[in-house]
Design a protein around this ligand. Structure first.
Ligand SMILES: [Zn+2]
Length: 277
């Protein structure tokens, strides 16, 4: 019979499973040694966290920009360890937008909603709210703009379930919903990074340096065109076939995603923000 001391050293201290190798096969905890529990071990751990996080993070960003669709494809095929999890990346972007208020994201002033296609309905809701609260429409506008700074960012999470059905229409029903959700996460991470982080910075810089003003319509068309090209490459990687078909599907993705933002996401954002006033 083995001694209790020898027994304890071959079992995981976290979950008591029998150990084989340097990590517990049941809970994943590392088998720590005296070397780990030292100043050297702590420094190594810190360095490991930084380099590892950075390495994975950069690999993920490089893949999203350089090979659209590859992150989702690899995720579906079980290649995951080298990347940052798509949903974690997306959540990090949402937190980034919450922490840095200069990134407007999809934040719109209340008065902007009144100029959209549902403007009349929005105005009626605003006036109804003002009379219920017994304050002026301007007062409601101020409260709305204050509140929407947070809601417009937290609700960015809704973009994932709202984009997945679009991808399902374009890629067919043979796929698992889960894979459409992962692909939707990748698409929206790219979308937020490009259109709400990089593009505003670049456009702002060009305007500052050259003094050239861009027409809103021209910019909108350029953005949708760029998104269509991205969509074509993305969908072609997921579903091989003739390029003309990928190009058409990419265009459909850009148009449907833009329509989803205008006709579903923004009205939802308006109603959610209004309900919280
Ligand atoms: Zn364990």
């Amino acid at each position: 019979m083995r001694g209790s001391k020898a027994e304890a050293s071959t079992r995981c201290k976290n979950c008591s499973a029998v150990l084989h190798g340097r990590f517990c096969s049941a809970c994943g905890q590392k088998v720590y040694t005296d070397k780990d529990d030292s100043v050297y071990g702590m420094a190594k751990e810190a360095l490991h966290f930084i380099t590892h996080f950075e390495g994975k993070f950069l690999t993920t960003l490089k893949t999203i920009f350089g090979n659209p669709g590859q992150l989702s494809l690899d995720h579906a095929n079980g290649i995951r360890q080298r990347y940052y999890k798509p949903i974690s990346l997306y959540l990090m972007l949402v937190v980034l937008y919450l922490v840095f208020p200069m990134f407007q994201g999809l934040n719109m002033h209340m008065t902007t909603y009144e100029r959209t296609f549902l403007g009349g309905t929005f105005t009626a809701i605003i006036e109804g709210k003002a009379s219920i609260r017994g304050v002026s429409v301007d007062e409601i506008g101020e409260r709305f703009d204050e509140k929407s700074r947070t809601t417009s960012k937290v609700l960015l999470l809704m973009l994932i379930p709202l984009t997945a059905p679009i991808l399902r229409v374009l890629l067919g029903r043979g796929r698992k919903w889960y894979h459409d959700l992962v692909l939707a996460t990748e698409v929206n991470a790219f979308y937020l990074l490009v259109f709400y982080l990089i593009a505003p910075l670049v456009v702002g810089l060009v305007i500052t340096i050259t003094g050239v003003q861009f027409q809103d319509e021209a910019m909108a068309i350029a953005f949708v065109g760029f998104f269509a090209a991205y969509g074509a490459v993305l969908l072609h990687r997921i579903q091989r076939g003739p390029w003309w078909r990928s190009a058409m599907k990419g265009t459909a993705l850009a148009v449907m995603h833009t329509a989803m933002l205008m006709f579903v996401y923004k009205p939802l954002l308006f109603l959610a923000t209004m309900a919280l006033l």
